[in-house]
Write a protein that binds this ligand. Structure first.
Ligand SMILES: Cc1cc2nc3c(=O)[nH]c(=O)nc-3n(C[C@H](O)[C@H](O)[C@H](O)COP(=O)(O)O)c2cc1C
Length: 211
């Protein structure tokens, strides 16, 4: 093997930084006494095709954690880019201090399987039942949610893809100036969708006839 020096890379201070492009989610939960709450989540991953499950890490200190235990069900809502302010609020403030649902002026929509509402303004909502709670570390547990029902905004998707003219919130992150001072959260819009080049030499050779 002709190893090269890693001149094209530079170290990053955050372990998983190259994977910061990911759709943020709102995890909606409901307490035993019917309070509705939601937090902003980025530590999650869909796992498996059928049945599809979701693994999401939830901090023990959050109100969401308490509500997940109280009802054993939750909804994950995919926000639109118009919901960025709500996403920032939900990640910075606890439902113990602020009624975030009311503050965000969100529309509760009845799901089909769980008693937790869908978010009417979201581009998609998924209903889950907690099937596993996996201890992770001092700070958080992993919750595994089994998908019970999926709701996508009418006309927003084609097959597995969002349509080019739809507006999912694609990703968000903090920008810093050259002194390391945070300049606030920034976010990205969906700018275009391209077809994979199946006629490329690589795919023609190894995946012939595949579409
Ligand atoms: C971009 C971003 C991503 C976050 N991801 C998660 C996450 O995946 N899991 C989690 O427990 N908290 C996460 N947080 C922190 C919670 O959103 C935050 O602690 C929230 O205020 C908790 O709300 P709650 O007490 O109402 O449940 C994230 C925060 C931000 C800003």
């Amino acid at each position: 093997m002709d190893w090269k020096e890693p001149d094209m890379f530079e170290p990053a201070e955050h372990g998983n930084k190259p994977f910061s492009i990911r759709v943020p989610a709102l995890v909606v939960s409901r307490g035993a006494r019917d309070q509705i709450n939601f937090l902003t989540a980025m530590w999650f991953t869909p796992t498996g095709f059928e049945p599809s499950r979701m693994v999401v890490a939830i901090l023990k200190r959050t109100l969401t954690y308490q509500f997940m235990l109280e009802r054993g069900e939750f909804v994950m809502a995919a926000p639109t880019d118009k919901m960025m302010e709500i996403v920032v609020l939900a990640g910075a403030v606890s439902g113990r201090d602020v009624d975030k649902w009311k503050a965000g002026g969100l529309t509760p929509v009845q799901g089909t399987k769980v008693s937790v509402p869908l978010i009417g303004e979201a581009i998609g909502n998924v209903e889950y039942r907690v099937v596993q709670q996996i201890p992770f570390d001092e700070e958080m547990d992993l919750f595994v949610g089994e998908v019970l029902a999926t709701h996508v905004r009418k006309g927003a998707m084609e097959g597995e893809l969002y349509r080019e003219d739809s507006n999912p919130l694609l990703y968000m992150g903090t920008k810093y100036n050259h002194n390391g001072k945070p300049l606030g959260k920034f976010y990205a819009h969906l700018a275009g969708i391209e077809r994979t080049n199946y006629d490329s030499p690589l795919l023609k050779k190894y995946l012939p006839g595949k579409k």
